[in-house]
Design a protein around this ligand. Structure first.
Ligand code: MRU
Length: 395
């Protein structure tokens, strides 16, 4: 395993790693049980302004941080999935607005570019809008601090607040979700939903970790998650660091695994939840939900309230990102199909609400998943604060 930087920065392998998301964390490369490793950190002046991202495209072989000192660099990193996963995209988007403000860029244009980098994860635009609103309020206010500096400080403070909220939401989702995990559970998950996608322990993986710590988890089944292998590369890496018993399976082995009675619960995250409870998540999730229904296995989605989008009425209205054919006709950069072969490569699919047993948010458990129970109020398309405290929860 290689540990280091690309693009500068101040990372010291093995030593304490300062980060701005939740206090100092330690790092022990290679150990079976590892402590938290920040996936994103802000560098203020004089080292910055810059955002350092743990380059998730290079895990698990290399733990390398990529330094983004400009908004185009950040946009490129988001589109390449250097930083990924809905909650962390919200955090990254907000820090991106702060970066633009610190640099003296056109902050409105920068915010638009960042928000457009990936279309499905609603948290990205949500985080950008929150930081932008704070920036706008500060530069138009009558602070004694010069407007550009006041705007930059306000955007940064908002980004840090979003990160802190995300960490708190992770902890609350873990506690609520744990109540749905039976003793001796064999849990199947898809894609990657741990601390790599969050300022805390993540979404579905936070519940899995809580179940492991509570002694309730017998086995974690990790879908490899073609085409980009977030399960095999990232979730297996996180499970190993946490000491969780786990095995990776090819996505198309999930059916026979369920048929064999080896799965008690499916837990996934979400990139956007429409107002009717439709769930967009990594492609392959819908298939798992269909399988789970056929085999009478509960299918539970774990996501913060910031992933619920009241302005998207239903699943058909969710924009699904389509990505390069190269991701499908090759594996890990190696071509497997004849050059020039066409491919169908949606990054996400949409699971209808009737296939979702429950949605766990930081507010509680929504079950059954209906438009009525997932009642989102009072936040129009331009709402900045997002859908906080707007989910009706049946307890
Ligand atoms: O394309 P990615 O890797 O960003 O997709 C991520 C997922 O689909 C996750 O499951 C989702 O963001 C929920 S994680 C909190």
């Amino acid at each position: 395993m290689r540990i280091g930087h690309s693009g500068g920065g101040s990372y010291e392998p093995g030593g304490p790693v300062g980060h701005d998301l939740g206090g100092p964390v330690g790092h022990e490369p290679g150990g079976p049980v590892g402590p938290a490793l920040a996936a994103l950190r802000w560098l203020g002046p004089p080292d910055g302004p810059a955002i350092e991202l743990l380059d998730q495209t290079r895990l698990p072989a290399d733990e390398v941080f990529l330094r983004c000192a400009s908004v185009p660099e950040l946009v490129h990193a988001i589109s390449r999935l250097v930083v990924r996963g809905a909650p962390l995209l919200g955090v990254a988007g907000a820090f991106g607005v702060a970066l633009a403000a610190y640099r003296g860029d056109d902050v409105e244009a920068a915010a638009a570019a960042i928000a457009a980098a990936r279309p499905t994860a609603v948290n990205l635009g949500w985080g950008v809008r929150r930081a932008l609103q704070s920036y706008r309020a500060a530069v138009s206010g009558d602070s004694p601090v010069p407007a550009p500096k006041a705007g930059a400080l306000a955007a940064l403070a908002e980004a840090q607040a979003i990160a802190a909220q995300d960490a708190a939401a992770s902890a609350a989702m873990a506690a609520h979700g744990l109540a749905l995990v039976p003793a001796g559970a064999r849990i199947l998950t898809h894609c990657n939903t741990g601390q790599l996608v969050s300022a805390g322990a993540g979404t579905a993986f936070a519940v899995i970790l809580a179940a492991h710590r509570a002694g309730r988890l017998a086995q974690l089944w990790v879908d490899e998650t073609r085409p980009l292998l977030q399960g095999a590369r990232l979730t297996a890496w996180e499970a190993r660091r946490a000491g969780i018993p786990h095995a990776v399976l090819a996505d198309n082995a999930a059916a026979s695994l369920m048929a064999a009675g080896q799965v008690d619960l499916v837990l996934t995250g979400a990139d956007r939840i429409a107002a009717d409870g439709s769930v967009a998540n990594k492609v392959g999730t819908y298939g798992l939900a269909v399988l789970a229904r056929h085999h009478a296995v509960p299918f539970v989605v774990v996501a913060p309230v910031s992933t619920v989008d009241p302005d998207t009425p239903d699943g058909g209205s969710i924009p699904v990102e389509h990505r390069s054919a190269d991701e499908v006709i090759g594996i890990a950069g190696q071509p497997v199909a004849p050059a020039g072969t066409h491919a169908y490569n949606p990054a996400f699919d949409v699971t209808p609400p009737d296939l979702v047993t429950a949605i766990v948010t930081e507010e509680g458990v929504i079950q059954p998943v209906t438009a009525g129970n997932l009642r989102v109020q009072g936040s129009g398309a331009d709402a900045i604060a997002g859908p906080q405290s707007a989910v009706y929860v049946e307890r």
